[in-house]
Design a protein around this ligand. Structure first.
Ligand code: SAH
Ligand code: SF4
Length: 363
């Protein structure tokens, strides 16, 4: 079978070329063609010899997943449905803002963790995305935005806040992130690539050791009782352990704070008492808050907190000395806002199996 070069990071590509009996600098040349220039056809890689181009065409490919849906809202948010195989499609969302533009990527088809307020969780879990399918979302977005070549790139930030839990797919997320921050590929700063986790503690330690980038943690509750309900993974890694892992992460993080995400659910986690309790636990770690108004989806059991409640909640946190931003809701008219991404996931009751795998792999 042909090797798909799209998902190989610098070390992987060097190994591939070595296996072909080629010099390591060939790997660097090909990496630039693929990721800096957006080229997938070896025949167009004009600084390689004809013989090498022909050999590559026989042994390798540069294969991105296909786009099967493309929607744009009035505010410029754009959502692509990316088909990764016959049964599964995931979503990527492009969010332009003044001074920066963010691509939100998916890391799994579905998610096994089943947070009660999340559309992706409700879809079940099918499989991990490969590194090519993850970095392929950035490659495709650059192409679709008409800027395949690095000199004209629009995307300045990547966030792993699409479908899936990135820290349960680190074997593929790490090479994809390495390509995103590699100067010989996309060259994004480590501070501008953010991995978001619901709190997979061993994964936080591994990311810290192997490829530290900005980290967002989906907190959503100020105590274990409530967090156990909203984010079931909390039963395995309760708040004390999660906060300790945040502090370990900060030792190597490119930013000196963790971003805590907090979804605002009417009457559930948005009271003044919740805010005060949150302020108290926040003294244990350097952090900033990002409040996310809940985005509804079909079958959701929650309601969004009203704007005045969110304002008051933010005020209590900022009076306690914390930096708080409230996320603007973007793209909800095309179900592209946080937590609304569902894609197409063929579940086939794989969830129970996957839950066991997660339990085993996170011991
Ligand atoms: N699995 C990872 C990353 C994907 S979710 C994680 O949970 O962090 C990205 C963010 O959207 C998380 O903070 C998640 O909790 C939040 N989210 C999920 N469902 C939501 C919803 N319906 N409304 C608003 N935010 C939601
Ligand atoms: Fe999975 Fe994150 Fe959704 Fe929870 S919020 S179900 S971890 S994608």
């Amino acid at each position: 079978m042909k090797e798909n070069l799209l998902g190989l990071d610098a070390a992987g590509l060097a190994r591939f070329f070595e296996g072909q009996g080629e010099k390591p600098f060939r790997a660097r040349q090909v990496q630039r063609w693929i990721h800096q220039l957006g080229v997938s056809d070896f025949a167009a890689m004009s600084d390689l010899s004809k013989a090498l181009r022909e050999k590559l065409a026989r042994t390798a490919s540069v294969t991105a997943p296909g786009i099967v849906g493309d929607e744009t809202t009035a505010d410029g948010t754009r959502k692509w449905l990316v088909k990764v195989d016959g049964a599964n499609a995931v979503e990527s969302v492009f969010i332009p803002e003044t001074g920066r533009a963010t691509l939100c990527v998916s890391s799994q088809a579905g998610c096994v963790l089943d947070c009660s307020f999340c559309a992706t969780g409700k879809q079940g879990f099918n499989r991990n995305l490969s590194a090519a399918e993850i970095v392929g979302q950035l490659w495709l977005a650059n192409r679709e935005l008409g800027s395949p070549s690095r000199s004209h790139r629009i995307i300045s930030n990547v966030v792993f806040m699409g479908m899936g839990e990135p820290l349960l797919n680190l074997d593929n997320v790490i090479p994809a992130v390495r390509l995103m921050i590699d100067d010989n590929a996309y060259g994004l700063s480590r501070r501008r690539v953010t991995v978001s986790t619901s709190g997979v503690v061993p994964g936080m330690d591994r990311l810290r050791d192997e490829c530290p980038v900005a980290l967002a943690v989906s907190l959503h509750a100020p105590n274990d009782r409530l967090r156990d309900e909203l984010v079931p993974l909390n039963r395995k890694y309760p708040l004390r352990e999660l906060i300790a892992a945040c502090n370990r992460y900060l030792e190597k993080a490119p930013r000196d704070f963790i971003t805590f995400e907090y979804v605002m659910l009417d009457g559930v986690n948005d009271s003044d008492a919740n805010a005060r309790e949150l302020a108290a636990i926040s003294r244990e770690v350097r952090c900033k808050y990002n409040l996310i108004p809940f985005n509804p989806f079909p079958q959701a059991d929650f309601k969004r907190s009203d704007p005045e409640r969110i304002r008051r909640f933010a005020e209590i946190l900022s009076r306690a000395g914390l930096t708080v931003t409230t996320r603007k809701t973007r793209g909800d008219d095309i179900a592209a806002a946080c937590g609304q991404l569902a894609g197409q996931v063929k579940d086939r009751t794989k969830r129970r199996l996957a839950t066991r795998i997660v339990a085993a792999s996170t011991q």
